[in-house]
Design a protein. Structure first.
Length: 187
């Protein structure tokens, strides 16, 4: 069974280690899994019900929703901003949660991972992202976690795909998402 995983990166910074982690997931995915990094989160306006009107949804938000509807699962990459989820990632979750009761997450498997400068690897932000996406309708794989601390030094000279420990754990995350899709399809 072929599985399509939509990756959302909560950092817009050029050279972001979370972006590098997402790139590693793309490279490490097995043949029957396609990990697609969504491009354009920075261009989506902040969620506002006044502009979320049928046939008038901003094009960038509509593009995100289409990509999410076409996905079988989601992999969110979250750094930590002042102890919580980055606004750009929370905004994407908000857009994907609507229309109420029929959002794009639709009970699909979701894993949240990431890396951060601090000693805990962004665990608070990732926990907040899990909470938000669960409320938004995703089936959060609560036991699937990857928090990589010390991102600036750990990945200063090594891309995450070349870090054997991180690559092995990230490969396991992708495999667990694949299994989550297979379980949902079988149910």
């Amino acid at each position: 069974m072929s599985v399509r995983i939509l990756a959302l990166v909560g950092s817009l910074r050029t050279g972001s280690t979370n972006r590098q982690l997402a790139e590693a997931a793309v490279k490490l995915a097995p043949e029957d899994v396609e990990v697609v990094i969504f491009e354009g989160l920075a261009d989506i306006p902040f969620y506002n019900e006044d502009i979320d009107v049928a046939r008038h949804v901003p094009a960038t938000a509509a593009k995100l929703r289409r990509a999410a509807l076409a996905a079988d699962a989601f992999l969110l990459f979250s750094p930590e901003c002042n102890g919580t989820i980055p606004a750009v990632l929370k905004n994407a979750i908000d857009w994907m949660s609507r229309p109420y009761g029929a959002g794009a997450f639709g009970g699909k498997p979701v894993a949240v991972v990431g890396t951060a400068v601090g000693q805990f690897g962004g665990v608070w932000a990732q926990d907040e992202a899990r909470k938000s996406v669960g409320i938004a309708g995703g089936k959060v794989l609560e036991d699937v976690k990857l928090c990589v601390p010390g991102s600036l030094t750990r990945f200063a000279d090594t891309h995450p795909v070349d870090d054997h420990e991180v690559a092995a754990k990230l490969t396991e995350v992708v495999a667990r998402l694949h299994d989550g899709v297979a379980e949902a399809t079988a149910a």
